[in-house]
Design a protein around this ligand. Structure first.
Ligand SMILES: CC(C)(COP(=O)(O)OP(=O)(O)OC[C@H]1O[C@@H](n2cnc3c(N)ncnc32)[C@H](O)[C@@H]1OP(=O)(O)O)[C@@H](O)C(=O)NCCC(=O)NCCS
Length: 247
């Protein structure tokens, strides 16, 4: 009985995965479902995962790992058999996608090639991201650690995300930071990631001015010509680019 319900769950999952690919991949227009199952690596990897995960839940050893290994060899997509994946996941292109053991993915999520849902080191326990419903993760993005990606969020291509992401936000960059929340540009002093203060340069600049002042006083007292102006202090990390806070 349990076997039948697992089989039904796998079949429903695969049907929803094909439907998701059809809805979100423009190149699927007019392609029959059977052709998509035969040639879309993302669908094949998910089919293999759904079977491997069901077998893993049934307590069968070795086989789930072997299925995940074969799927990886065939598709270039590595999904740990214990990862929990909701309905309607679409993995576009697929190559290089890695989904770790304790990752949890909600419904309606889209992943592009090269996405990693990984851990940050050798921690045990829950160590991979939880991705809520309807999240889109751009190609090459790395999401690391037991972080939570809020529903409807978009993660920009090649971002490295190591902190929780608010729902309905757009996060880009390294490290990933929100540039939009609920469709609105993020404003405020804490959102400027480019024009960060440089306290070391500020301290050296203040010291340099005081040395200059002392040299001027000494030269006045001694009746000697004033020393040259104190050297200008340059930032080690020059500020480039537009202020994301709009300033
Ligand atoms: C992030 C993304 C989803 C766009 O989301 P959005 O909410 O529509 O955001 P916008 O396009 O309005 O961009 C918001 C800001 O982030 C910047 N941005 C967008 N994507 C970025 C990225 N990957 N890296 C760095 N900055 C990025 C934009 O330039 C914009 O900056 P601005 O506000 O200073 O003009 C999209 O840019 C992206 O990366 N998609 C992934 C697509 C992909 O992987 N395709 C592979 C196909 S094979």
């Amino acid at each position: 009985m349990g076997g039948f319900s697992s089989l039904a769950r796998v079949a429903r999952g695969v049907r929803r995965d094909v439907q998701a690919a059809r809805e979100r991949d423009p190149s699927a227009l007019g392609v029959r479902s059977v052709e998509m199952v035969a040639t879309w690596p993302g669908i094949q990897a998910l089919l293999a995962h759904r079977v491997a995960h069901a077998i893993h839940r049934a307590g069968v050893p070795v086989l789930p790992r072997a299925i995940a290994y074969l799927a990886r060899a065939l598709t270039g997509i590595e999904i740990h058999h214990a990862a929990k994946i909701g309905e309607g996941l679409f993995i576009d292109h697929g190559a290089g996608v890695v989904i770790g053991e304790t990752a949890i993915i909600g419904d309606g999520v889209t992943l592009y090639q090269g996405v990693t849902l990984g851990g940050t080191g050798f921690a045990t326990g829950k160590r991979h991201p939880t991705v809520q419903d309807n999240v889109t993760i751009g190609s090459g993005a790395k999401l690391l650690g037991p972080i939570e990606i809020g529903h409807g969020a978009k993660i920009g291509a090649n971002s490295v995300v190591v902190r929780d992401v608010p729902p309905n936000s757009t996060v880009v960059g390294v490290p990933g930071h929100p540039v939009r929340v609920d469709g609105r540009r993020v404003e405020g002093p804490d959102t400027d990631w480019i024009h960060l203060p440089d306290p070391v340069a500020d301290a050296i600049r203040a010291l340099s001015m005081r040395v200059g002042e002392l040299e001027r006083m000494v030269s006045e007292l001694g009746g000697t010509p004033p020393a040259a102006d104190p050297p200008n202090v340059h930032l080690l990390r020059p500020v480039r680019g537009r202020n994301p806070a709009g300033g």
